[in-house]
Design a protein around this ligand. Structure first.
Ligand code: HEC
Length: 143
């Protein structure tokens, strides 16, 4: 967590949401057309999407791994690099950076983006739910 986050969790969260929104804005031209990313992710709704679809395997708390790695600080991070978590070889070697577009593609269909991924999740078909959960993850810290 950087210093501004320690001073004010609220300001930090707001800045990160703005960051995620600007990442979305950059790709929104064709992203809107192909349904990958919507610029209007709602972090509060995204927390419910997270609890329902991801919480079984992922924690929002820093360093708390379950079946999947903690998603704290995941927006902006390189895939497959959290120390202490045993990733599939394919994800660890992918070099993917988790910006909003790549997250949306992975969450829509994990094995379409990373064929050997061991995330056993069928995918979130609803683009708005993906945008919402990404906005929520962006409030958990970013690089
Ligand atoms: C059944 C368990 C399970 C569910 C449900 C699940 N995941 Fe995962 N997730 C994993 C596992 C296991 C990995 C590691 C994949 C690998 O190594 O290939 C992973 C990896 C990830 C990664 C990449 C992490 C990194 O360090 O690169 C992200 C991002 C992610 N999941 C987000 C989500 C989100 C968001 C949801 C809900 C919409 C979700 N996952 C649902 C098990 C799950």
């Amino acid at each position: 967590m950087n210093r501004s986050c320690i001073r004010s969790r609220f300001l930090c969260g707001a800045a990160l949401v703005a960051l995620a929104a600007s990442a979305n804005a950059q790709v929104s031209g064709n992203a809107q057309a192909n349904g990958y990313v919507q610029a209007n992710g709602n972090a509060r709704k995204g927390e419910d999407v997270f609890t329902t679809n991801c919480g079984e395997c992922h924690s929002a708390r820093e360093g708390r791994d379950k079946r999947g790695p903690s998603l704290y600080g995941m927006v902006g991070a390189t895939a497959g690099q959290k120390a202490g978590f045993k990733y599939s070889d394919d994800l660890a070697a992918s070099g993917i950076v988790w910006d909003a577009e790549n997250l949306s593609r992975y969450l829509a269909n994990p094995r379409a983006l990373v064929p050997g991924s061991k995330m056993k999740f069928d995918g979130l078909a609803n683009a708005q739910e993906r945008a919402d959960v990404i906005a929520y993850i962006a409030t958990l810290g970013a690089h």
